[in-house]
Ligand binder design. Structure first.
Ligand SMILES: *Cc1c(COP(=O)(O)O)cnc(C)c1O
Length: 401
């Protein structure tokens, strides 16, 4: 057993003393950096030197602070911040795979990731087999000697299946592959690197930033892996160039310090609504419910204290009913009809027609993602009981459900 690890305490203990003793270090507003000697400049070009910066596509001091805090949160050696979650995912996969290599991926993943793996990477000779991660024999059977990456989401989008990260790490490592985990849905709740994953990626656009005002991502792994992403001559992050703006990085670092408070409230509110939906006999997917198929697995893997996350999926049976319900919820100010998640207000959308529309209709039907499925990212509502009263009133209206 590893000693107890608490990611929020790690973030809390991450102290930065700014240039002037400023508690929020001054934002480094520069693309390039001066040197006092040519020799030093040449040295920095050849090797990374602690405290020396060359050009902001490579590293920027503000981005470094945020990356260091994220490495602490995920208990990784190093991290890199990027301009989007998709940049974090695509650069990671392009670093790990070359033409002729294969990826094995969970079949219920974020629509953009599904399209990257299924449509774009094959153009570069990298092919993916999508499997049911809940079936270890199927995962093992899909792995070949060309498989470089086993890819999954810690809590899958939008059905909230829990990945058995230790078991998947065992399968990946036995085949000489790396386990890459997208932990966007469960920051603080799950610590994939501690459970055996090799690389963790996040869309910081969601819970980590939490204010739906920017798009950003990160990768957390070993020093060597982060250095390879950022290698001046062959690193995909250096050469494709999805650099995060330093002003955004500074804002995200401030928001990161309230993530634990927000996650507790998102989770508590989501559990409250999931229980009420279940009490009405509505099919609801939420890993905090004892009826969820991986409830016990999540309880075994998770860091205590942050609940089971802020996302739930409700199946109302048909697209017509889902559309009508979402419109009424917006009219009654329960939240917004919008994609994305992790915002302080509740957001809802029908994944089949938005964020998962990249997944073909037959495949969606096979994995249980019906046309009547609504994904809720439950907000930080102060009085979730009152929110439920509003929702219940809408559900009781004739012709809503
Ligand atoms: C949103 C999301 C992404 C993509 O992140 P962007 O910041 O939009 O590029 C990847 N994975 C998951 C699980 C997401 O929810």
């Amino acid at each position: 057993m590893k000693p107890r690890f608490d990611p929020a305490t790690e973030i809390q203990n991450f102290l930065v003393f700014g240039e002037f003793g400023d508690v929020n270090p001054s934002i480094c507003d520069s693309s390039t950096y001066t040197f006092l000697s040519v020799a030093k400049m040449e040295e920095v070009f050849e090797h990374e030197l602690e405290g020396c910066f060359l050009y902001s596509r490579h590293w920027n001091p503000t981005n470094r602070y945020l990356a260091a805090a994220l490495a602490r949160m995920e208990d990784g050696e190093a991290a890199q911040v990027m301009a989007s979650g998709m940049a974090a995912i695509s650069t990671t996969l392009l670093q790990l795979c070359s033409a002729g290599d294969e990826i094995v991926s969970g079949r219920t993943i974020y629509g953009g990731s599904y399209a990257l793996l299924g449509n774009l990477l094959p153009r570069f000779g990298i092919t993916t087999r999508f499997v049911d991660l809940g079936d270890p024999a199927a995962v093992r059977a899909a792995m070949t000697d060309r498989t470089r990456v086993l890819y999954c989401e810690s809590l899958s989008n939008p059905l909230l299946e829990v990945a058995d990260i230790p078991a998947l790490a065992g399968i990946a490592h036995a085949c000489g592959a790396r386990l890459v985990v997208d932990n966007t849905f469960s920051p603080l709740i799950l610590s994939p690197l501690r459970l055996g994953a090799d690389v963790v990626v996040h869309s910081m656009t969601k819970f980590i930033n939490g204010t739906s005002d920017c798009v950003a991502g990160c990768v957390v792994s070993t020093h060597d892996f982060i250095a390879s992403l950022n290698d001046i001559n062959r690193g995909p992050s250096m050469l494709f160039g999805p650099v995060l703006d330093s002003i955004r990085a500074a804002n995200i670092l401030k928001n990161l310090h309230s993530l634990h408070v927000r996650m507790m409230r998102h989770s508590g509110n989501a559990l409250h609504l999931a229980e009420r939906f279940a009490d009405r006999g509505l099919p609801v997917h939420y890993p905090g419910l004892a009826a969820h198929p991986q409830h016990a697995l999540l309880a075994r893997l998770m860091n205590p204290g942050y609940g089971c996350g802020g996302i739930l999926a409700l199946d109302v049976g048909s697209k017509e009913l889902a559309d009508r319900l979402m419109l009424r919820l917006q009219e009654e100010k329960v939240g917004y009809l919008a994609v994305s998640l992790g915002y302080f207000k509740t957001l809802f959308s029908a994944p089949g027609h938005s964020t998962s529309s990249e997944i073909p209709a037959e495949e969606r039907a096979r994995i249980g993602m019906g046309d009547g499925l609504i994904r809720f990212s439950v907000g930080l509502d102060n009085d979730i009981g009152r929110t439920w009263q509003t929702i219940r009133g809408i559900l009781d209206e004739p012709q809503v459900i």
